[in-house]
Write a protein that binds this ligand. Structure first.
Ligand SMILES: [Fe+2]
Ligand SMILES: [Fe+2]
Length: 255
């Protein structure tokens, strides 16, 4: 089973390129599924209901992250759309953090969205949340993909090792910078600290550099705008044994 997981889609440039390229990528890479993190898809911060609907035409499931609550019109979509999830470990939040896709002619695929706690806002423990969610999965769901939306590489690698052998892959998102550490862990789970972003390059994590630099150098607030440079795609390309759920290969992918 071949799955492409796309890192944080940033703004219109990221959205446009994902919509444009998804159909050909399915053919070229013989993909069974495309998953994508869309927490920055609308103007670089958050996801609107309209943009969620657009992206769900092109990809099979959207994960999100800390910016998921930015657009109020997304809340009813989170409650009604089974292919849109938010970090599971938000306490008492609307929507779901776990989805089980049952694509035709393919084994079921669980996707779990979790958010980190190191250098981020306080939230329930992602390790315990993952453990509880996996314990509740139906027995036939062997393919399990985790989006760990987190800042610290230590926490991300920690969760990878914690879930090794219990899931097919742990893919990091949130930093927008693709890491070069794709690996199959000893227990058979694929791991990548961060998938990177689908957005404009060069830029400062998808934003125009000038206001970011001004804020960094002066400490004064500045309004960030999505950069207008050409977009590129970043993600993780996974191959998974559908019978056992073990990862066969993982690659930090760019397109
Ligand atoms: Fe984030
Ligand atoms: Fe992000």
């Amino acid at each position: 089973m071949r799955i492409l997981f796309l890192g944080d889609i940033v703004g219109r440039p990221g959205r446009k390129l994902v919509l444009e390229r998804a159909p050909e990528l399915r053919r070229e890479l013989s993909l069974d599924l495309i998953l994508a993190n869309a927490e920055n898809a609308s103007a670089g911060l958050g996801l609107s209901a309209r943009n969620a609907a657009e992206l769900l035409e092109a990809v099979d499931l959207l994960t999100t992250g800390n910016h998921v609550w930015k657009y109020k019109d997304l809340v009813p979509v989170l409650q009604s759309e089974p292919r849109l999830i938010r970090p599971l470990n938000f306490p008492e939040a609307p929507g779901r953090g776990l989805a089980v896709l049952r694509p035709p002619n393919l084994p079921p695929v669980a996707v779990l969205d979790l958010q980190g706690r190191v250098f981020m806002d306080p939230i329930d423990c992602p390790f315990r949340a993952a453990e509880a969610a996996l314990a509740g999965l139906p027995r036939d769901v062997m393919v399990r993909i985790v989006d760990f939306h987190a800042e610290a590489s230590s926490e991300k690698i920690g969760l990878g090792l914690f879930l090794d052998g219990k899931v097919s892959a742990v893919i990091g998102t949130h930093t927008h910078v693709q890491t070069n550490d794709a690996a199959i862990l000893p227990g058979g789970s694929a791991f990548l600290t961060d998938a990177g972003m689908c957005g404009p390059f060069p830029s400062c994590l998808g934003m125009q550099p000038e206001p970011v630099l001004r804020r960094l150098m002066t400490g004064l607030p500045a309004r960030f705008e999505v950069a207008e440079t050409p977009a590129e795609l970043r993600g993780a390309l996974l191959e998974i044994d559908p019978d056992t759920g073990r990862a066969l290969s993982i690659k930090a992918w760019r397109g």
